[in-house]
Every structure is written in structure tokens, then in C-alpha cells.
Design a protein around this ligand. Structure first.
Ligand code: HEM
Length: 423
């Protein structure tokens, strides 16, 4: 490969078809080689630049001339509100981290980082393990399951509810609201909007109640919402609205991503028997090293986030030699960058012990995933427990019969039917 795109021998592949959703990687390989910064019309009618090479992607993710604020989007009237950014439709959600730039982003991220610490995540490990075991208990005797609905979907929602401090008796409501959000994506908006409203209303009320009852001193094991209320920086606190928007974005950003990490990851292991056996053997020997590098590799190989969230040029700039005009939307294709042969040796191979694996699955720069420690904990716990409890786990259908969600930002399976010896 050269620095400049080679002349294209065939026309650009069709993007956003069902075939593309099932396996976008050949199309991404074509784009990386022939049109690494590619202008395309998205299914919504919005025109955007797709950035597919690793080096360009990394640079774009850190480029402060690319704003996250949709107000910079110079969108045509027919495409108004179709970028699928929640903040675009609901002004009250505008204060969340993925829609704002410095200095607001810096202030909010600093405050939330004081509450959402790696230590708080580590403290939730025993509960995540317990939840994982309980979910498997519910289907282990059947000998078959749909791993998306019965496992990958409920685990993250319960885990984040526990971390936030949502009382257990209310957690099934969250499961229902989240289910509505994931099932109807790209479909009718009414049900999704109602679920978002109920979730936000609930969180605002919970924050208010927790604030009223907050003890003067933090107690060990204090929940994340109490931590968010308490967090202060130079005497500044989050307002109740900001805390509610923050709790909501933690749920929103940490839910479907983790469902897909578990779903895509399990699927990749079931279709790479040699890698799966290596992992099972290492788990049986009580080792965790391969599990840790393995989950990173699964993120690189077929990660949950296909395209990083939107960015908009605030001024004229060049990415990979391509001129980008002010107001133009830019989508960084993490899934394409993470298979770039310029960066990764044998990029289409799954190698659970891969070293030097600086993938972009969690993004890069100031918006780098805040929930990465929690996602790692959930991904490692889910995969290790599944393979240990159900050692002969196998797909119940042919890979070609699986359906992928055709979402723009996320990559994930609709269902993952499996079979195993009942236990
Ligand atoms: C940001 C991926 C899980 C919370 C991001 C970004 C990516 C990402 C790529 C950057 C987006 C961009 O630059 O446009 C993932 C993946 C996950 C995961 C692959 C699971 C495997 C989580 C979890 C949480 C979370 C569990 C929280 C509970 C966030 C937040 C941001 C973010 C709050 C915004 C950070 C900011 O703008 O400063 N994530 N995420 N994520 N993620 Fe995650």
C-alpha cells in the first residue's frame, strides 16, 4: 500500500446494504486502499466523510478542529435531525459528554471522573460475577439459549444499574426501557422516545431523592450517583440536571456497546475453534493473561462500535490529504482502522494473544471511552464464565443465517442462538 490511494479497479462498494451489515470488512478494505477518506450519503440522506485508515482515524479522533457539537453541522433541511444524535432531538440532553467540546467537556469529564473511578468499578466485580452466574443459571438446564436476549442484553443493564445505585426492585423497568431502545432502533420513534423519557424522569427523581438523603461523609461502597452528586472541582458541583444527563449517558453509552462486545466476542470465539480452545485451556489452568489480551483482540477484530460518534469540521482542514469543508460531518470508522494492515500484522486474523494491540475500539483523545474499565470487567467476566460453565457451547444455526443489526454507529447481532449440554 502507498501513501496515496491506488487507482480503483472497480467502483466503490455499496455501503449500508444487508450484505454490508453482515460483513463490512471487504468494503472497508477497499475504501482503505482506494478512497481512505470517502464522501458518502448515509441512509438518512446526510452526506458525511468516512475515515478508514488507522493513522488518519487516530489523528481525526484527537483533532480539536472537529467538534462534537451538532450545532456545527451544516445540514440540509431535508436531513435535519436525522443524524440520530439524541441531543439533536432533545435540547435537554445536550449537556452530555459525547455532544460537547472543551471547555465544557473538560469540566464535566473531570467531575464525572472523580466519581466513576477504576476503584469504584473494581468494587463492583463480585456483583458482576454474581449477576453473570445468575443469568446463566436461568438457561443452563435448557440446553439452548439466545445469548443476546438471555445473556448479553440483561448483563450490562443490571451491572450499570447496580453501579449507579438504582434499587433492585426498579432494575427490571430499566431492562424494559432499554429493550425498547435497542429493539426499535431505526424504526418507529414513539416507543423509543417514551422509554428515554421514562428513564430520564426516573433518574432525575432518583438523583433528587439521593441528594436529599446524602450523608455528610462518603461511606465505603457508596453508589455512583451519590458520587456524582458529591463530586466537586474547585468548589464546583454538577447541577441536578447535569447529574441526570450524566447518569443517562453512562447508561446509553455503556449499554448497547457492552451487549455487542459480549455478542460479537462470543460469536468470534465460536467461529474460531482453535482460539476458543486456547482460551478454555488457559482458563482451566487458572490463568487470566489470555483472557485480558483476548478481550482487547475481540474489540479490535469485531468491536461493538463500528463508527465513532459524529464530528463536525469547525474550519477548513485536511484529513489524509483530503480537504474537509467547515460544517462537514466526519465519521471515523473504527472497524476499518482496526483492520488496517499498515498498523496491525495479519489484521484479518483473530489472535487472542496479540501484542502491540493499540486498537481504537474505545476511541482516542479527550472522548476516549470513560467506561472502558467497566466494559473490560463485564466482557472478561461474561466470556470466562460462559466458556467455563458451558464448555461445549456451539452455534445452533449456520453463521450465514445470523442477522446483524443494520445500525450506523453500532455493530451487533440481533440474536445468537446456541446449544450446549444442559447443566
Ligand atoms: C465514549 C466505546 C462501554 C461510557 C466512547 C467512545 C467509544 C466507546 C469508541 C468514543 C466515541 C467518540 O469519540 O466519538 C465503547 C465500547 C464499549 C464501551 C467498545 C464496550 C465494549 C462503555 C461503558 C460505559 C461507557 C460500559 C459506561 C458505563 C462512555 C462515555 C463516553 C464513551 C461516557 C463519552 C466520553 C467522552 O465524551 O468524554 N465509548 N464504550 N462506555 N463511553 Fe464507551
Amino acid at each position: 500500500m502507498t501513501d496515496h490511494p491506488a487507482p480503483a479497479p472497480t467502483p466503490a462498494p455499496d455501503l449500508f446494504t444487508w450484505e454490508f451489515a453482515a460483513d463490512p470488512y471487504p468494503a472497508y478494505a477497499w475504501l482503505r486502499e482506494h478512497a481512505p477518506v470517502h464522501r458518502t450519503t448515509l441512509p438518512s440522506g446526510v452526506e458525511a466523510w468516512l475515515v478508514t485508515r488507522y493513522a488518519d482515524a487516530k489523528q481525526a479522533l484527537a483533532d480539536q478542529r472537529l467538534s462534537k457539537n451538532p450545532a456545527h453541522h451544516d445540514e440540509p433541511a431535508h436531513a435535519k435531525g436525522k443524524t440520530g444524535i439524541p441531543g439533536e432531538r432533545k435540547a435537554e440532553l445536550m449537556t452530555h459528554l459525547l455532544n460537547i467540546d472543551p471547555p465544557d467537556h473538560t469540566r464535566l469529564r473531570r467531575l464525572v471522573s472523580k466519581a466513576f473511578t477504576p476503584r469504584r468499578v473494581a468494587e463492583s466485580a463480585p456483583r458482576v460475577r454474581e449477576l453473570t452466574g445468575q443469568l446463566i443459571d436461568q438457561f443452563a438446564a435448557k440446553g439452548s439459549a439466545d445469548l443476546i436476549h438471555e445473556f448479553a442484553f440483561p448483563l450490562p443493564i443490571y451491572a450499570i444499574c447496580e453501579l449507579l445505585g438504582v434499587p433492585r426492585e426498579d432494575q427490571d423497568d430499566f431492562r424494559d426501557w432499554a429493550g425498547m431502545m435497542i429493539r426499535h432502533q431505526g424504526g418507529p420513534r414513539g416507543g423509543v422516545a417514551r422509554s428515554v423519557k421514562k428513564m430520564r424522569g426516573y433518574l432525575a427523581d432518583l438523583i433528587h431523592r439521593k441528594r436529599e438523603a446524602l450523608p455528610a461523609e462518603p461511606a465505603p461502597g457508596e453508589d455512583l450517583i451519590s458520587g456524582l452528586i458529591r463530586a466537586s472541582d474547585h468548589g464546583e458541583h454538577l447541577t441536578e440536571n447535569e447529574a441526570a444527563a450524566m447518569a443517562f449517558i453512562l447508561l446509553f453509552a455503556g449499554f448497547e456497546t457492552t451487549v455487542n462486545l459480549i455478542g460479537n466476542g462470543t460469536y468470534a470465539l465460536l467461529t474460531h475453534p482453535d482460539q476458543r480452545t486456547r482460551l478454555q485451556d488457559s482458563l482451566a489452568a487458572g490463568e487470566t493473561g489470555l483472557l485480558e489480551t483476548g478481550v482487547e483482540e475481540l474489540l479490535r477484530y469485531d468491536g461493538p462500535v463500528e463508527l465513532a460518534t459524529w464530528r463536525f469540521a469547525t474550519q477548513r482542514l485536511a484529513i489524509g490529504g483530503q480537504d474537509i469543508a467547515p460544517g462537514d460531518p466526519v465519521l471515523v470508522v473504527l472497524a476499518a482502522a482496526d483492520r488496517d494492515p499498515e498498523r496491525f500484522a495479519d489484521p484479518d486474523a483473530l489472535d487472542l494473544s496479540r501484542r502491540d494491540n493499540q486498537h481504537l475500539g474505545y476511541g482516542h483523545g479527550i472522548h476516549y471511552c470513560l467506561g472502558a474499565p467497566l466494559a473490560r470487567l463485564e466482557g472478561q467476566t461474561a466470556l470466562a464464565t460462559l466458556l467455563t460453565r458451558l464448555p461445549d457451547l456451539r452455534l445452533a444455526v449456520e453463521p450465514d443465517d445470523l442477522r446483524w443489526r443494520g445500525g450506523l454507529i453500532m455493530r451487533g447481532l440481533r440474536t445468537l442462538p446456541v446449544e450446549f449440554t444442559p447443566s
